[in-house]
Ligand binder design. Structure first.
Ligand code: SF4
Ligand code: SF4
Length: 122
């Protein structure tokens, strides 16, 4: 690039809003339709396991924990956040949120029992 052109580029970008953001100091403003952290509505689940069948990465399992009671266990390390399980669930027991904060320092904590409020608990 010629120096004149380079200088014009530099000056142009001096007054532009930065393309990067200050995460995690500033919260990310994700689109509402973003496919992030899953939540599970246990009261709606009938244990049909369509979500398990259709998950392309084998990331979700459904366990029977009582009479007509089920829990969903998600492996955050395997999940690719495609939301196929959400689409497959006829009872709307799974929901994708726009929450992206899923990082764990301990890999053992990547396998979580999905809950309604936090999206996960171990
Ligand atoms: S598809 Fe829905 S209702 Fe069926 S097991 Fe999965 S979460 Fe439960
Ligand atoms: S979001 Fe996709 S990869 Fe993750 S559990 Fe659901 S179907 Fe599987």
């Amino acid at each position: 690039m010629r120096p004149g052109k380079m200088l014009r580029e530099v000056l142009k970008h001096l007054f532009k809003k930065p393309a990067t953001n200050m995460y995690p100091a500033e919260k990310l403003d994700m689109p509402k339709t973003y496919r992030g952290k899953l939540i599970f509505h246990a009261d709606k689940c009938i244990g049909c396991k369509l979500c398990v069948r259709d998950c392309p990465s084998g990331a979700i399992t459904i366990n029977k924990i009582g009479e007509k009671q089920f829990e969903a266990v998600l492996d955050l390390g395997k999940c690719i956040y495609c939301a196929q399980c959400v689409d497959s669930c006829l009872k709307k027991a799974l929901e994708a949120t726009n929450d992206v904060e899923l990082a764990q320092l301990d890999s053992k904590k990547l396998k979580v029992v999905l809950g309604e409020k936090s999206g996960s608990s171990s």
